[in-house]
Design a binder for this molecule. Structure first.
Ligand SMILES: [Zn+2]
Length: 318
């Protein structure tokens, strides 16, 4: 298969999903396939080389393809692929570009064949490690802000509401560990306080170890910008907020509105104080700002991963 048709085939079927640990694999499925940046590159080579493992390794040995470790413009570690005669490609660009430097990537080092072999051979070993490696089997509750009847702020670019947009973000977060992450929706009825008390009652009953309520900010000003995370200010909530906030801010690249504490009676405060588990609320960007709506959409997978990783780091430290 030509590299261009291999790329078209891959792009049509590949969906980003982060790995647990450093696990490299060729995605051999026929329909939709799920993997991260390394898997994207490996699978592209394998498809272009006619799904032959022999040709796959020969092509790597003869430097027809070279995988590189790099940093993205936001400083995140990332794998990209160089293809002789075609240029650079990765799961973000999804097409060949002549230069990655222009896109703000910084190349760090090439992966050589022995290194790649090791990482791919290690995969079966990594897979059988106890699942307790991420978050120690602790439970993360994701609460979607607002409800189906009153959906919260609306985005300037597409009219999408907080409830809708974050409902999808919640699913992306959950995909990282469906066993230990559960999505909770607020159901209207009986007034605001009852609605909050009900959903956090469910979060408690499930036995959550922490909870994260998803929002985005609203404003009449289309230039408003800022990434904000709300905490109750308790030690656990503050530590969770810090870890999630720093990662989310790195993905968004907007103004840092920081981690702010809210009292029980402050606006939104009930969500932070009602449940037993440490709780935070995220407001990664302003829905009124078209530029940052676009950033959030283009990096929605990374945003989900940032929230997940922040929570896992908190749970492992707690
Ligand atoms: Zn909101």
């Amino acid at each position: 298969m030509s590299i261009q048709s291999a790329l078209a085939d891959l792009n049509a079927r590949f969906k980003y999903r982060s790995d647990r640990g450093e696990s490299w694999k060729i995605l051999k499925g026929k329909a939709s396939i799920f993997g991260d940046c390394e898997d994207y590159s490996l699978t592209l080579i394998w498809l272009a080389e006619g799904k032959s493992l022999l040709r796959f390794w020969l092509a790597l040995l003869t430097f027809k393809y070279v995988m590189f470790y790099c940093k993205t413009p936001r400083g995140v570690g990332h794998a990209v692929l160089w293809v002789r005669g075609h240029g650079w490609v990765d799961n973000i660009q999804r097409e060949f570009v002549p230069s990655l430097r222009q896109k703000g990537y910084r190349l760090r080092f090439p992966y050589l064949v022995p290194h790649m072999l090791l990482l791919m051979l290690l995969r079966p070993v990594l897979r059988f490690l106890p699942v307790s490696s991420a978050g120690a089997g602790k439970k993360i509750a994701i609460v979607v802000g607002h409800n189906a009847r009153a959906q919260g702020a609306v985005r300037s670019i597409d009219g999408m509401t907080e409830f809708k947009w974050n409902g999808h973000l919640a699913e992306l977060i959950r995909a990282h560990d469906p066993r230990n992450i559960k999505i909770f929706n607020r159901v209207p009825g009986g007034g605001y306080s009852r609605e909050i008390d009900r959903v956090y009652g469910e979060v408690d009953a499930w036995g959550a170890d922490c909870s994260i309520e998803l929002h985005f900010n609203g404003s009449v000003n289309p230039r408003s910008t800022g990434c904000l995370t709300l905490t109750s200010g308790t030690r656990g909530s503050r530590s969770l907020a810090r870890r999630v906030h720093d990662r989310v801010l790195t993905v968004m690249g907007n103004e840092d509105d920081g981690v702010r504490a809210r009292g029980r009676r402050d606006r939104g405060g009930r969500s932070l104080w009602q449940g037993r588990a440490p709780a935070i609320m995220t407001e990664p960007y302003f829905g009124s700002n078209a530029d940052f709506c676009q950033v959030a959409d283009a990096h929605k997978d990374e945003l989900a991963e940032a929230i997940y990783r922040g929570a896992v780091e908190y749970l492992e430290a707690a």
